[in-house]
Design a binder for this molecule. Sequence first.
Ligand code: NCD
Length: 307
Amino acid sequence: MQELSVRHLLGIKDITPQDIQLIFETADNFKDVLNRPIKKVPSLRDITIANVFFENSTRTRLSFELAEKRLSADVINFSSSGSSVKKGETLLDTVNNILAMKVDMIVMRHSSPGAPHFLSKYIPANIVNAGDGTHEHPTQALLDSFSIRERLGEVAGKKVVIIGDILHSRVALSNIFALQKQGAEVMVCGPITLLPKYIKELGVKVETDVRKALAWCDVANVLRIQLERQQMKYFPSLREYTLYYGIDKKMLDSLNKEIVLMHPGPINRGVELSSDAADSHHSIILNQVENGVAIRMAVLYLLAQRG
Ligand code: NCD
């Protein structure tokens, strides 16, 4: 049986193209399961998983929990608000206390880049990074590529532009690694102040004109402005951002080709995307959410095989 090259999913940077293919093929099978009348398999019946969330989440947390339940794992949920973290407990102590209750896997979201990498050095459980600050969000990038593959047949050779707040986005970095590992061409587009200084070193194209970016691409993955991570002003106002970078249906229809429109959520309707664009036939935003469950089932299942 094929297995993953890693025993934690900390970031896309650490995994191989073969790992990505294995996750996709496994997710194909789980997607079939999710379309059956009985959407559940006994694969993780003996496994206990803790979802440990130190940062807000809707989709990612529900998606992991559902994936775990569809695999028949036992699930416990921890969120830092209302916990002893507020009483001064360290991250390592919090997690070791959870593990003392015989937990096998940790799915963790944390505001500090590298938090899951740090934990992986000290604890025996498998760790899945569900977003570490501005760094990586590997399962989001996997479900994004899986959704492109589903819509366009393959990821290799496709032109994908990631539009918006690249500087503060973990979705952007994980997507860049994932897309490149599968042979896609990647462009980033946004105001120059929201593009990291080192971005060219990642081997991506850089564009500041959103119309040129849309004319170039097969797929546009549009990101939210991460206002909660911005300690200073990177652009004059949200209104001005929308004027220059907001995408509406008229823009999409004026392209003389079909493009695929994606967004990891949560959408700020009327800022980066108009409602008529988000809800148009170009959009696969809800397919991304649907695929997230199958992808997370695949990741958890394959990591459990590694033990
Ligand atoms: C993203 C996140 O939290 O990194 N959302 C998600 O997980 N689907 C993106 C965002 O918050 O804008």
